[in-house]
Design a protein around this ligand. Structure first.
Ligand code: PEP
Ligand code: MN
Length: 342
């Protein structure tokens, strides 16, 4: 429920109502605005009717939140959320007017490889370095990642380039470990509904890039984000990375309609991964431009110094000149969308 207080209501009035909400076993939310205080009550709404809040002298209106996801919904917060990744000079804001480019190899392979990739990314205007260290591979015989050793290498490379870095988390017990090395954690498609992982991510404050599961509906993605938000971490960025459909020519079907839908219904930033979304190098740049055109807040792309020798996802990875060309081609679309490439 959203409870809008009258303009003359004070913080003490709000506290008193929030106390009653809590006593009924619902989660109280305090959302002070410029003109009015707005309160929220999450949980079994039937219990709330017993409080007769609509009749309270300081309450202007009580309305239900119609969506299944609540706190990430625009009904709860109409303005766009922004998420800061990194600290100090390398701090990057995702959302609002910014169009953010996250780029780097699918997996961290060697010191030289991650250094070269990091140089390519920063030289051509990428904002954040990506690199997998714990890889959730479809086959147990595929390269599984360098684990913590890889994170040491990526942290050094990102620091040299002066940009933040992000890696995928696959185990709820790793939040602390990974947070020592990276500025944001990615929850991959295969773990979008790993609820223990979502809760563990929600109990920290590190920014989370939550990728859409390959068979997940938009509502399931938003409910997965709600899990993280509900634990107290509001630093969430959603990522459309393609879904499984009957189409097999492309690796996945990149659902850009989902981006427009989510931007309309949810206040969190949304980025697009055209690399996993298509699986084909030649399609990455056109779909990156389409992502900018449909209102995404950024992209995540795979870039490798030598895609032909990549240990994972070489077919969808861009080399230096392809990444440079992507960045050049993207700019007019970002401009047209009213956003800024920093
Ligand atoms: C990745 O970004 O490295 C990755 C594995 O992507 P996804 O979870 O979208 O498959
Ligand atoms: Mn990959």
């Amino acid at each position: 429920m959203i409870i809008v207080l009258k303009p003359m209501a004070t913080e003490d009035d709000a506290k008193q109502i929030l106390g009653k909400i809590e006593l009924k076993g619902l989660k109280p939310l305090f959302m002070p605005g410029v003109e009015r205080i707005v309160l929220g009550a999450l949980g079994d709404e039937r219990k709330l009717t017993e409080l007769q809040l609509a009749a309270h002298p300081m309450v202007e209106s009580v309305k239900p939140i119609l969506t299944s996801y609540k706190q990430v919904s625009r009904e709860m917060q109409s303005h766009d959320s922004q998420v800061a990744i990194g600290q100090g000079k390398s701090k990057t804001i995702i959302g609002g007017e910014n169009f953010t480019v996250i780029a780097g190899p699918c997996a961290i392979e060697t010191k030289q490889q991650i250094e070269l990739c990091s140089e390519i990314v920063s030289k051509h205007g990428g904002n954040i370095l990506r690199g997998g260290a714990f890889k959730p591979r479809t086959s147990p015989y595929s390269f599984q990642g360098l684990e913590e050793d890889g994170l040491v290498l990526m942290r050094q490379a990102a620091e040299t380039a002066g940009i933040p870095c992000v890696t995928e988390i696959i185990d709820a017990s790793h939040v602390g470990l990974l947070s020592q090395y990276v500025d944001a954690l990615q929850i991959g498609a295969r773990n979008m509904q790993n609820f223990r992982l979502l809760k563990a991510a929600g109990q920290s404050q590190i920014p989370i890039i939550l990728k859409r599961g390959m068979s997940a509906t938009i509502e399931e993605l938003l409910l997965a984000a709600e899990y993280i938000y509900n634990e107290g971490n509001q630093n969430i960025i959603l990522c459309e990375r393609g879904i499984r459909t009957f189409e097999t020519r492309t690796r996945n079907t990149l659902d850009l309609g989902a981006v427009a839908y989510i931007k309309n219904q949810c206040h969190l930033p949304v980025i697009v991964d055209p690399s996993h979304g298509t699986g084909i190098r030649e399609l990455v740049s056109p779909m990156a431009r389409a992502a900018a055109a449909c209102g995404a807040d950024g992209i995540m792309v795979e870039v490798h110094n030598d895609p032909l020798s990549a240990l994972s996802d070489g077919k969808q990875s861009l080399n230096e000149s392809e990444f440079e060309s992507l960045m050049r081609g993207l700019k007019p679309f970002v401009d047209a969308a009213g956003k800024v490439l920093k």
